[in-house]
Design a protein. Structure first.
Length: 252
């Protein structure tokens, strides 16, 4: 399922709490070559409603809206693959991010629907709702995996990525703060797909610490998209910050 117009780009993460701030991000960046879409999260959706958030974006641009429920994929299959996705589609969302930490049944339901005959008409999954699924496995912060003192099994992200690829997913979220892991997941997924596409948050040395140029290098030769939040929306000049990042990756 085609989502972005180009093979590389920047996705502003609109993790702000006001519609005025959201509109400013979009207004200042939507005409910049290299900005390929917008990620909105649960804060805006909870406060204003997802449809209103999407309307504010679509009134200025036709670039895709990615909804990050923070985190979709952590409930039962009926919730993650059913009406929640219908609501997202009706609101104007183009793609959703899921971290299927609840297991393979939830992953399957989120993507392709339920195998249970009783639930097939309601638990349809992203593909039947016309949403592009983007699947994540490992996050950017410390102490996520068991080996780091976290709760998630060390091999869980690999299993999430592989299972998702085998169910037809092409877009994956990998941690832009962990170069070695980015290279690992790129190598893993190139065995499953002809051209996996990677989105990576955590970019911004003054915030989570991800180096944008190193991150793009880590996923080459495959399509890559940096999800950039505070390094753009907290900049003194939002447009200039976004344009500088776009020019840097274009030159590279």
């Amino acid at each position: 399922m085609k989502l972005f117009r180009s093979r590389h780009g920047i996705i502003p993460a609109c993790d702000v709490i006001g519609l005025d701030a959201l509109e400013q991000i979009v207004e200042k960046t939507c005409t910049i070559e290299g900005v390929v879409g917008y990620k909105v999260g649960a804060i805006l959706a909870l406060k204003y409603g997802l449809a209103e958030v999407c309307n504010r974006i679509s009134s200025q641009t036709d670039l895709p809206v990615i909804y990050d429920h923070q985190k979709l994929g952590t409930d039962i299959p009926e919730i993650c693959g059913g009406d929640m996705l219908k609501v997202c589609k009706e609101a104007g969302v183009d793609a959703v991010i899921a971290f299927p930490q609840s297991g393979p049944e939830t992953l399957r339901a989120t993507l392709v629907g339920s195998e249970d005959e009783r639930l097939k008409e309601t638990v349809k999954g992203c593909f039947r709702f016309g949403l592009a699924p983007i699947v994540g496995g490992e996050m950017t912060h410390k102490r996520y995996l068991q080996s780091e003192g976290g709760y998630i099994a060390n091999d869980a992200p690999e299993r999430m990525y592989i299972d998702a690829a085998r169910l037809g997913v092409e877009h994956f979220v990998i941690p832009g703060t962990k170069m070695e892991k980015m290279r690992k997941y790129r190598s893993l997924l190139k065995k499953e797909l002809e051209e996996p596409k990677f989105l990576f948050p955590g970019i911004g040395k003054e915030y989570q610490g991800g180096d944008i140029m190193a991150a793009f290098d880590a996923v080459r030769p495959f399509p890559g998209y940096a999800i950039v939040g505070r390094a753009i929306y907290r900049a003194k000049d939002i447009g200039e910050a976004a344009e500088r990042l776009c020019k840097a990756i274009s030159a590279k």
